[in-house]
Design a protein around this ligand. Structure first.
Ligand code: ZN
Length: 202
């Protein structure tokens, strides 16, 4: 059986398992969604937000792209944020990077990756502005991971400067978190947090 057939069969098994535990599982879920968390993460296949946080279906609103970037002119992401904040019940926005990120590694090279180059421009700018910091790290893996951290902090900063979002943070008690997923251990690490009162670097 080709693999694509397998995943359709897996779906059948999953439906059977869920309904056996709770016959109303799908009818309850289909009524509405009221997620408290908005996840902005990397598309990397190893960083599934529900799986690594133990959250169930309905708990997390999700946007993913290469290297978890926040571009203010990204209509896709801006719509996800506006919908989540204004029409759903989002209380926490989590920007989550991950060590060993392919997008971050690519941005550190001089190689061209075609259409992706335009997407990576924001990381290239960050590399320039943090050149001294990064040049001081001789180990390549360490350098990539340092840039992963800096990139998360930078995207949280960009979020905090979006007008409609900063109003929501101040008035409705929304918190913006910057986290990194440590690929080698599976553990999440907090890097930065912004709420209505303060900016705290952890
Ligand atoms: Zn990645």
């Amino acid at each position: 059986v080709p693999r694509i057939r397998n995943i359709l069969l897996e779906n059948k098994a999953w439906v059977a398992e869920k309904t056996e535990i709770n016959p109303e599982y799908f009818s309850e879920l289909s009524k509405d969604q009221a997620p408290l968390y908005l996840w902005i993460g990397c598309s990397d296949s190893r960083v599934n937000p529900n799986e690594i946080t133990g959250t169930a279906l309905g708990e997390m609103f999700v946007h993913r792209n290469i290297a978890n970037l926040v571009h203010e002119d990204d209509l896709n992401l801006m719509s996800v944020i506006a919908y989540g904040v204004n029409y759903l019940s989002i209380k926490h926005i989590i920007v989550c990077g991950h060590y060993g990120c392919g997008g971050i590694k690519s941005a550190l090279t001089d190689q061209s990756f075609g259409i992706i180059d335009g997407w990576l421009v924001k990381i290239k700018k960050l590399i320039k502005s943090r050149k001294q910091d990064l040049d001081g790290i001789s180990d390549e893996t360490e350098k990539v991971n340092r840039l992963v951290d800096l990139n998360v902090i930078e995207q949280v900063r960009t979020l905090s400067e979006i007008d409609f979002l900063s109003n929501a943070v101040a008035e409705r008690g929304i918190t913006i978190h910057g986290w990194v997923y440590q690929m080698g251990s599976g553990k999440l690490k907090e890097l930065v947090r912004i709420d209505g009162q303060s900016t705290s670097k952890i």
